[in-house]
Design a protein around this ligand. Structure first.
Ligand code: NAD
Length: 308
């Protein structure tokens, strides 16, 4: 009973994930508010729907891949939203792969499981299943899913995850997948800032970036930002810093994720000074017009303050 899949949010990531589900043989219906992307799917003979509610009416499971919590809430609870189709709700499973905060995930999850109260049918359930890996991993079906929610549902959804990704990690109860994702991106942002700051200082003190990279990568400062995604132009091939910071992971998305981490920390009264600082830096980068550039442009545009 996972054959009919609804997919909502066909952007950079979602269009590729939905395509992999279609390739795997699922009966997929899609929806997006962007008509040009919808046309691409209908031209290929794929069923397109005019609203989330229409998607829900024909689906066993609905997957959402949207920018932020506001969009997710809109798709679930807005007019003609997934949960507005009258009762009982047809899909028994909702999977949200957007990067959003754990609080919104948990609120939606309880809304969904309460939606079938007093009905003979089992309650529908929700999994939060954000992903790691960029557009290329979405295209190649090599994403990593971090999943929160009922373990039974996670097991049942495993074939769907395998059609879109390489690794799936079960995190625990509802919201823990979202929590894992925003914590991963917080650590990634801070390591990128640390590496960028150290390289600016190192270069100013007279050491070449290529030599400092060699040292970092065989020393205790080694990390993904130094050995896989180095932010200094000319140090590594095939990374955004070597192509004017184009492609990759947009600074706007990083600013959004740091804002989610910061809000989550605030809500539970936890002091996270690096989160606040990183959020301010990436927000400033976006305000200065670098929002569409890869987030490693923080090296050039925050520390060096110039375009090349
Ligand atoms: P995107 O902006 O390219 O795509 C989002 C899509 O959602 C768009 O097609 C948009 O039209 C659609 N949409 C927005 N509001 C809608 C609504 N109300 N109803 C229907 N459709 C709507 O974003 P993306 O890069 O695909 O990212 C999606 C999510 O995945 C984000 O939360 C992002 O943080 C996360 N993510 C992105 C990457 C990446 O490298 N791009 C990697 C990992 C996780």
């Amino acid at each position: 009973h996972l054959e009919k899949v609804g997919f909502i949010g066909l952007g950079n990531m979602g269009s590729r994930m939905a395509t992999n589900l279609i390739k795997a043989g699922y009966n997929v219906a899609v929806h997006d508010i962007n008509l040009s992307v919808i046309k691409m799917f209908s031209d290929k003979g794929i069923s397109v729907k005019g609203s989330p509610m229409e998607v829900a009416e024909m689906s066993d499971v609905v997957i959402t891949m949207l920018p932020s919590p506001t969009h997710v809430l809109d798709v679930y609870t807005g007019q003609n939203g997934l949960l507005n189709g009258g009762s009982p709700i047809r899909p028994w499973l909702f999977i949200d792969s957007s990067t959003i905060d754990p609080q919104t995930t948990r609120n939606l999850s309880s809304l969904i499981s309460n939606s079938a109260l007093n009905q003979s049918k089992d309650s529908p359930v929700m999994l939060d299943a954000p992903v790691s890996g960029g557009v290329l991993a979405a295209e190649n079906g090599t994403l990593t899913f971090m999943v929160g929610g009922p373990e039974e549902a996670y097991k049942a959804a495993q074939p769907l995850f395998s059609s879109m990704g390489k690794n799936t990690i079960y995190c625990g109860s509802s919201g823990t997948g979202s929590a894992a994702k925003i914590c991963n991106n917080l650590a990634m942002a801070v390591s990128m800032l640390g590496v960028s700051e150290a390289f600016v200082l190192g270069q100013s003190l007279g050491i070449k970036a290529s030599i400092l990279t060699k040292i970092f990568n065989s020393s205790s400062a080694r990390c993904w930002s130094s050995d896989t995604y180095n932010p200094v132009p000319g140090v590594m091939d095939g990374v955004p810093s070597s192509r004017n910071y184009d492609g990759g992971f947009a600074s706007t998305l990083m600013a959004k994720d740091l804002n989610l981490a910061s809000e989550s920390a605030k809500e539970i009264g936890l002091n996270c000074p690096l989160t606040s600082e990183a959020k301010d830096i990436f927000t400033k980068l976006c305000d200065q017009g670098h929002g569409t550039k890869d987030f490693s442009c923080v090296f050039r545009n925050f520390y060096n303050g110039k375009d090349e």
